[in-house]
Design a protein around this ligand. Structure first.
Ligand code: NAD
Length: 256
């Protein structure tokens, strides 16, 4: 379905981003990966789908590096047809104890990077009259949780940015939508499970159960594969008129 298209997924060396990159590759899209840590493993996993893969190491907190990555993607594959704004970090602390440097980093990586990548991707999408921008927000783009001020503020911002991007391009073939996952067992969440186990003096298994029980009636994690399938749907012709939505995959978190 996406043969000949190019997808750039930020923060795709791990977790949800890698799951989405693989799902888009499975549909034939060439992929630009980004993110830290091991890059050879993710590159090989995507290449195994029979598509072309490139990697750019842009630090998504730095606008100049984002600009460099967008130029690199265009030079490699002609243009970016699908942009998935996914890179994100977390820090958990009450507001009065929240480190200023963590607040600034979360705003830059979880929110401003989506603005920068979007503004740089839009002109080529508009010229082609086709584009898909998928913002990985979170259920925390819709509701709050204590001790996550920066993350919740940034993700609410991503939801707002999604709506404005969708509206500004509403009469064109460029759509923008947000995916709002509940808990997904990636390194980002594993850190929170491990911290809970230590704080409460319980096993990691018990901490996992408690984490789910607090928020998700389904008592199940959403998987990167499920999120990848939703991203593929947003890229399909059936989603041509899906514009500015926030689509939850949250095990019932926000139905309560
Ligand atoms: P993860 O830690 O597995 O992956 C994060 C990715 O972002 C990695 O590839 C990492 O290298 C990259 N990254 C981090 N800082 C970066 C930077 N400065 N520049 C470039 N890349 C950077 O986390 P994940 O759970 O897969 O999270 C992906 C996205 O999904 C995030 O935006 C997160 O907020 C969102 N999300 C996660 C969950 C969850 O439960 N895991 C739920 C809702 C939303």
């Amino acid at each position: 379905m996406l043969k000949g298209k190019t997808a750039l997924v930020t923060g795709s060396t791990s977790g949800i981003g890698l799951g989405i990159a693989k799902a888009l590759a499975q549909q034939g899209a060439n992929i630009v990966l980004n993110g830290f840590g091991d890059t050879e493993g993710p590159k090989a996993e995507v290449a195994a789908m029979g598509v072309k893969v490139a990697y750019h190491a842009a630090d998504m907190s730095k606008p100049a590096e984002i600009e460099d990555m967008m130029k690199f993607a265009a030079a490699q594959f002609g243009r970016v047809d699908i942009l998935v704004n996914n890179a994100g970090i977390q820090h958990v602390a009450r507001i009065e104890n929240f480190p200023i440097e963590r607040w600034d980093a979360i705003m830059a990586i979880n929110l401003s990077s989506a603005f920068h990548a979007t503004r740089l991707a839009l002109p080529a999408m508009q010229a082609a009259d086709w584009g898909r921008i998928i913002n990985i927000a979170s259920i925390h783009g819709l509701v709050g949780s204590a001790e996550k001020s920066a993350y919740v503020a940034a993700k609410h911002g991503v939801v707002g940015l999604t709506k404005v991007t969708a509206l500004e391009n509403a009469t064109s073939g460029v759509t923008c939508n947000a995916i709002c996952p509940g808990w997904v067992l990636t390194p980002l969440v594993q850190k929170q499970v491990d911290a809970k186990a230590v704080t409460l003096g319980i096993s990691v298994e018990e901490a996992t159960k408690q984490l789910l029980a607090e928020k998700e009636p389904s008592m199940q994690f959403t998987t990167p594969q499920e999120l990848g399938a939703l991203a593929v749907f947003f890229c399909s012709p059936a989603a041509n008129n899906v514009r500015g939505v926030t689509w939850n995959m949250d095990g019932g978190w926000t139905a309560q």
